[in-house]
Design a protein around this ligand. Structure first.
Ligand code: HEM
Length: 117
């Protein structure tokens, strides 16, 4: 189970890299590129799986802070909504407004919550 958990942590970090790295890479281009959207989806799925496994393991290494996770979940849903809507607008050739920066900035906020809480 630890191997599965650690692989999920790796995927969780790669999803974060796709969102934050993608954001930094395209900031001047103003488009929500596909890796940002897929990264945001991956964060939700891998994050929920991590919580599920961590809740099932009863040692001290895998404790779950429900308040912190709830905050991360809300922020992650914001990241995903901004990325999905921004990408859909981009496909239609419409202006994405602040959605790119909302997705990238909120993802950075979630990194800070993950690391500093
Ligand atoms: C944009 C969305 C997200 C970002 C950028 C993000 C970022 C991160 C980062 C950087 C870590 C590593 C922190 C560390 O090891 O100190 C982490 C860990 C974790 N995240 Fe997220 N996260 C996101 C969404 C979520 C969601 C939606 C959930 C669950 C509902 C979640 C659950 C977790 C859990 C359980 C860990 C602990 C893994 C461990 O055991 O080290 N995350 N997250």
């Amino acid at each position: 189970m630890d191997l599965v958990y650690n692989i999920l942590v790796a995927l969780h970090l790669l999803g974060m890299a796709a969102v934050v790295g993608g954001w930094i890479a395209v900031r001047s281009g103003r488009t929500v590129i596909a890796p940002i959207v897929w990264g945001a989806r991956a964060q939700l799925v891998t994050g929920l799986l991590l919580v599920g496994i961590a809740s099932a393991i009863t040692d001290d290494d895998h404790t779950v802070d429900n308040t912190k996770i709830a905050v991360k979940l809300v922020i992650a849903l914001g990241v995903l909504a901004a990325a999905e809507i921004g990408a859909a607008r981009g496909r239609k050739g419409r202006d994405t407004g602040p959605l790119l920066d909302v997705a990238g900035g909120a993802a950075v906020a979630n990194v800070l919550v993950a690391a500093l809480w």
